[in-house]
Write a protein that binds this ligand. Sequence first.
Ligand code: ADP
Length: 475
Amino acid sequence: MYINGEWRAAKSGKRFDSLNPATGDVIDSVPDGGAGDALDAIAAADAAFAGWAGRTAYERSAILYKAWSLMIERKAELAKLMTTEQGKPLRAAENETQYAADFLLWYAEEAKRVYGETIPGPRGDQRFIIFKAPVGVVAAVTPWNYPISMLTRKLAPALAAGCTVVLKPAEATSLCAIAVFKILEEAGVPKGVVNLVTALDPKPIGDVFTSDPRVRKITFTGSTAVGKLLAGKAGQNLKRISMELGGHAPFIVWQDADPTHAAKGASLVKFLNTGQACISPNRMFVHKDAAAAFTEELTGRVEKLRAGNGLEKGVGIGPLVNEAAVAKVERQVEDARAKGARVMCGGHRLLDNGLDRGHFYAATVLADVTPDMLIYREETFGPVAAIVPFDDDDDVMAMANDTAYGLAAYVYTNNLAKALRTVEGLDFAIIGVNDINPTSAAAPFGGMKSSGLGREGGHEGIEEYLESKTAGFSI
Ligand code: ADP
């Protein structure tokens, strides 16, 4: 763990293993931190806050630039570690590392653009100046599915704003977090400004983060269930929160779209990270006139995806994170099959050629999915494309919005007015129009409804780490 500028063991002396999800092999072990370690980390972040906030934006920016250049330099090495610990194919891990570095660069720039305001007072002798101030010590909790970019998406704006940070990564991807913190250390982040607590059991750390009065903000990416829990506890102590939670993305293919082009997009975005992404399309609503062509093209592409260890050439799809994830996918597919969905390809675990050592499920396409099926309602977080044919425009918009989630959505159409109306009608905060990657460090990312609160990325991302201070002057 990295606390107050030092690499330390857990107070308990305990460690836990980090495993390769493709092989089940132990990669290494990491300290198993507890509440006491979290308190030390908070104390360090609290002590470092005034000094860090007092540096000029230019100084903070220079350190973020340095971290960006180190991350780019080490892209291949970081990607290899990510593939080994998280499972995604090497090419995808390289792309994620680039995306992670993008946040360091973007907020190195934004650090210098934290502008306040001056406002005329209602009295002739009054002036208002609005200052922006960092919120203080930030506690961050991050997930395993994007184990490097989800860290920089929080660390970069927090550091740019002048906050200090205590971060607890997901237990499955602690080594990736350690690699990120090594970069920050080397880039010259002063001691205590960033602190890392690795732990097998997240609960005691979460309890400290949400109750300690020195922590002013909780930023979390993960499941809606845990997000609600942490937001509830943080709310009791009136801490600021940013929550980036689950999704259940619709992918709408209107009758005027090219079904082949749409299916190509669907095959690429659905199986990214083996479907383990909060913005993964979970319900593919395809107009009935386009459904046959779409299904055929998608199935043809998905059948060719080779599952395996992401370090091997030609592997397009990695393992799931653990047995529970495979069991969830299996349950959703079996339920759909029993209720009449057609399994076009996949639909089973992968156990041959040594894949039984990891957590593999075949890339699957389900046709004729209906609203009574689990997969229609629940987030899958696995490699299953569920196709729901539709007939009526109004119906499909209501079906797309009929979920507690509101993160990402995708729409394919060649009609501009239809595209605009769809964007306006969808209760989702990130919408790809004929585009499967509507994300960038430069654009806000976050959810509506049960998908979360707040935005990360873009110029909005740094606001989450700033307070407005109003100074009224009598002159
Ligand atoms: P997933 O279901 O994708 O694993 P989780 O929401 O369980 O997502 O995990 C996301 C992050 O939240 C991880 O870092 C995990 O350790 C952490 N986490 C899970 N439960 C708690 C908790 N009770 N308190 C604090 N953090 C938690």
